[in-house]
Design a protein around this ligand. Sequence first.
Ligand code: NDP
Length: 333
Amino acid sequence: AKKWVVKKYFDGVPKKSDFEIVEYELPSLKDGEILLKTEWISVDPYLRAYNKNLPIPYDQFSFQVGVVQETKNPKYPVGTKVVTHEGWCDYVIVKETQIEIGQFPKGLTYKLPDLQGLSPSLGVGAVGMPGVTAYFGFLELCQPKAGETVVVTGAAGAVGSLVGQIAKIKGCKVIGFAGSDEKCQWLEKELGFDKALNYKKVDAQSALKAAAPQGVDCYFDNVGGELSSVIIGQMNIRGRVAVCGSISAYNDKQLPKATILQPSIVFKELRIEGFIVWRWLGRWSEGFTQLVSWIKSGQLKTAEHTTVGFDKLFDAFIGMLAGENTGKAVVQV
Ligand code: NDP
């Protein structure tokens, strides 16, 4: 079997030489274990963000969809499609103690939910971790009400594109920030965003004022940095901010100078809350059921940026960090 191992701490943008593809002999299965052949592997921003906190070398983790090739677990017969967090590997043995949804870090191996004929790749995307991040992170923390104005950054990405559409389903006005004109067009024309702004081109301060003259009620923050400061500065009284990620700083060697947000937070009485999606691990299937139903009814559109080939995982990862993806970045093995 083959797996990608991270052997160095990333210094700025990750380099291919920070990784090594290791070949190894798979042991035979013990009772309760399953052998999976990987079909889809996810590349995500947290693979970059978590690097500095881990002892190296480590096997590159991430979500994947695989199919059971051999089994010593009667609950997982050969042919069962499974989601795991075993990462960038072509085959993997999952131990029985890892198999159970609802308990972190154990609960990250589970049967692929019933996707009603949709692509299994959605199991690492819109009906996987990014999907439940958008679903619970936005609905629970932002508590959107019909008629309110919602802003989302990273809007054309895996999480952001879902957040904006869920906000539309809830009757909100939605403004997204994304990194290219093509992405902005897609958000407005295909996904029904009321306005999409290319943060690389516009003056965010005045463009947002023009797009949301009535101010911002909910902000789903995927990127952090200066753009977030501008948006938070235009929040309404009792606005709600869900802080999901800060990808604008993941490759920075030093954190950027903080912008002073406190006056907005105090005088507008904002509620700003960070979260990690594992918080809702016990409720993932509830999220999956709603997400599949919205996709099937056409209320939620999904897009994927697919790279083919196990050997291309690094390129797919770097491409995603650089914004090559519209929708979820996935690798088909
Ligand atoms: P995306 O699919 O959105 O891919 C990353 C995107 O980030 C790129 O496509 C790029 O789009 C954008 N980007 C890259 N650099 C910058 C920058 N300097 N400023 C602004 N945007 C940038 O990834 P995900 O949807 O998987 O993740 C989105 C965010 O959510 C990340 O911050 C991630 O860490 C976070 N997250 C947090 C979770 C949690 O539990 N808290 C769970 C899952 C994700 P563009 O062309 O628009 O620049």
